[in-house]
Write a protein that binds this ligand. Structure first.
Ligand code: SAH
Ligand code: SF4
Ligand code: F3S
Length: 449
């Protein structure tokens, strides 16, 4: 069978799709282009209205392939699948499988049964109450990307119920994975040549604090993974400020391979709005975390998520968000207009901010952020660093081959080198020469390793 997979949403969805590809390949299926595919898999995101709408237009596009082959069918997975469920069967009759974030473990078998004709329609929408190990974890190891970077799930779901957010409904309750399974997987990855691992979860700082916990905290887990021989870089995402432990903050100064960057979603700089969002921290508490991080690791690069136009947000609230952005000096931020999601508490909160007002605030915020980003990248000019090469740069250079990689903080660095191949997965010592809008240019200063 030939399948085509499209992925929307966060890193967890990207990771899930990668697993699904490997699980299908181990059954003899083959990933293919759209024009050859017999099965279309769409892994969906529901965090805002826009990504949800994209799913419907994607399915509309897929429907056109029925003209080429009437047996073509689709499977819809991820957060919109969890939200809409069997509703997809009615709206799009060529959808034969819907699976949620816990249902994905059984999706490969369900697809096989559908192809064999044993079943016509399957819905895998039940949540499980403990973290389930998926089949063939060792397969992840043989199929790592040649960039030698890997993502490892440490938990599923979220218990926070921030008032705007659909994730707890689409991903279910928080379930921590067993620490020994995590460390074993990381160990196997490192043994097979992986040099950078990112630990993944919606709220990694509360790792172990659910009924799947076995007394190992997130700080303990970080330490165990960090100690793996041969692991050059360790990252994690995403962090909730309310749960970040002092031991995690100090780890940035203690663990050599823990990368100096942290994505710490602020959402709003106004205490009134934070309260309505049910974020359970104040801006002063948030700022004291930032102080701690900068003390532990002065070169730490901070990034964040911001929602503008949350119900009830006044110009003064918004101004406080801008002030926080300046005060913290984020290197970059993801900013979104508030979007009503079905079933979340904020749907019933008033007054809603007019869309034009929200757009205008978003623009002001992004202009401010662009200036801060430009200055912080500018400050790196002249510094020495090292870059893990991921591939060729988008723009090529007449003086050699331009390669793209990342510095320890995750910034994109382009380096022109003589080599035309064989550089992916190598670490290169680099001096930063020039800051561009969202990336850096550097020159190689020594031998790769
Ligand atoms: N677990 C992560 C975030 C996952 S969702 C965390 O807590 O940080 C990613 C981002 O989408 C959130 O940080 C938030 O900024 C944004 N987001 C979530 N729900 C939203 C909504 N209803 N409207 C606009 N943005 C939203
Ligand atoms: Fe959503 Fe809040 Fe959970 Fe993040 S912590 S996934 S924003 S409910
Ligand atoms: Fe989107 Fe679901 Fe991730 S809503 S952001 S795919 S958890």
């Amino acid at each position: 069978m030939k399948f085509h997979i499209t992925t929307f949403g966060c890193q967890m969805n990207v990771h899930d799709s990668g697993w699904l590809v490997r699980a299908l390949e181990s059954r003899g299926w083959e990933e293919a282009g759209e024009n050859e595919a017999q099965v279309f898999i769409v892994n969906t995101c529901s965090v805002r209205d826009k990504p949800e709408q994209k799913v419907y237009s994607e399915l509309g596009r897929i429907a056109a392939h029925l003209k080429r082959d009437e047996n073509v069918f689709a499977a819809v997975g991820g957060c919109v699948a969890q939200q809409i469920g069997r509703g997809f069967f009615e709206r799009f009759p060529f959808v034969k499988l819907v699976f949620g974030s816990d249902g994905i473990a059984n999706a490969p078998n369900a697809l096989e049964r559908i192809v064999e004709g044993a079943e016509n329609r399957v819905a895998l929408l039940d949540f499980v109450s403990i973290y389930e190990e998926r089949e063939n974890p060792e397969e992840r190891v043989v199929s790592i990307s040649e960039t030698r970077q890997a993502f490892v799930n440490i938990m599923q779901g979220c218990d926070n119920f921030c008032s705007y957010c659909i994730v707890p409904y689409t991903r279910g309750r928080q379930k921590s994975r067993r620490p020994d399974a995590i460390v074993d997987e990381c160990h196997a990855l490192v043994e097979s040549g992986v040099r950078e691992i990112s630990l993944l979860g919606q709220n990694v700082n509360s790792f172990g604090l659910d009924k799947g916990g076995v007394g190992v905290s997130f700080a303990d887990l970080l330490k165990s993974v960090s100690e793996l021989n041969g692991l050059d870089r360790l990252r994690f995402t995403t962090s909730h400020p309310k749960d970040i432990a002092p031991e995690v903050i100090t780890a940035f100064g203690e663990l050599d391979n823990l990368c100096p960057s942290l994505h710490l979603p602020l959402q709003s700089g106004s205490d009134n709005i934070l309260k309505a969002m049910r974020r359970k921290y104040t801006k002063e508490r948030y700022f004291s975390i930032i102080d701690g991080l900068k003390a532990a690791r002065p070169d730490i690069a901070l990034t964040t998520d911001i929602i503008v136009g949350f119900p009830g947000e006044t110009e003064d609230d918004f101004q406080q968000t801008l002030d926080m952005i300046e005060r913290v000096g984020y290197e970059s931020s993801f900013s979104f207009k508030y979007s009503d999601r079905p079933g979340v508490a904020a749907v019933n909160m008033e007054p809603k901010v007019a869309p034009e007002e929200a757009s205008e605030r978003l623009m002001r915020l992004q202009t401010l952020q662009n200036n801060i980003t430009r200055n912080s990248l500018k400050n790196l000019e002249g510094l020495e660093t090292h870059v893990l090469i991921e591939g060729l740069s988008r723009k090529q250079d007449e003086n050699g081959t331009s390669w793209k990689g990342r510095d320890p903080a995750g910034r994109i660095v382009n380096v022109v080198m003589d080599e035309t191949e064989g550089m992916i997965g190598l670490m290169i010592p680099v001096k930063i020469l020039e800051a561009k809008k969202h990336s850096l240019n550097g020159e190689r200063t020594g031998e790769s390793w």
